[in-house]
Write a protein of this length. Structure first.
Length: 156
């Protein structure tokens, strides 16, 4: 777990004729893992520019590196640990990393014909009925829509 990280660097001038003289001392404090963070440290006589990457220990993820993570594909979860992003990445066909990717993605192909009238949720694969349609297969008109169609046909 990362509690606090301090990056320190001292720059000294040394020649063969004299002892080293401290030219500048820099300090930068971090409280979480970072990726490609540019840090410009400036002193009285010198400046130092660095690109900093701080990663969690192996098999740990999260903003404070406190969540243990090991790739799995079994009844307890279907994910791989993405150490660069610091999160669990669900395997194909599974979703919801908050539940260890235990929710199976439904196979869904959008339709608007006699077999159904729906779109598909890109995450879960669940059917989303088009306006006016309802039912498990989105193959029945809603009551309000039917009343509207009947009322309209009487007035025409």
């Amino acid at each position: 777990m990362i509690v606090n990280i301090t990056v320190e660097k001292e720059i000294a001038h040394q020649s063969i004729y004299m002892n080293p003289n401290l030219v500048a001392q820099y300090s930068h404090r971090l409280t979480r893992p970072t990726r490609n963070i540019p840090i410009n440290l400036r002193g009285t006589y010198a400046a130092l520019g660095i690109i900093l990457n701080v990663y969690c220990d192996r098999k740990y993820i999260g903003p404070s590196c406190s969540e243990y993570c090991e790739d799995r594909d079994d009844i307890l979860g279907h994910y791989r640990c993405d150490y660069c992003k610091g999160e669990k990445a669900c395997l194909d066909g599974w979703y919801d990393s908050n539940s260890n990717c235990t929710k199976k993605k439904e196979i869904c192909f959008p339709r608007n014909d006699h077999q159904g009238h729906f779109l598909c949720d890109p995450v879960s694969g669940k059917k989303i009925c088009l306006i006016g349609w309802k039912g498990r297969k989105c193959d029945r008109f809603g009551k309000c829509y039917l009343r509207y169609k009947k009322a309209k046909s009487f007035t025409s």
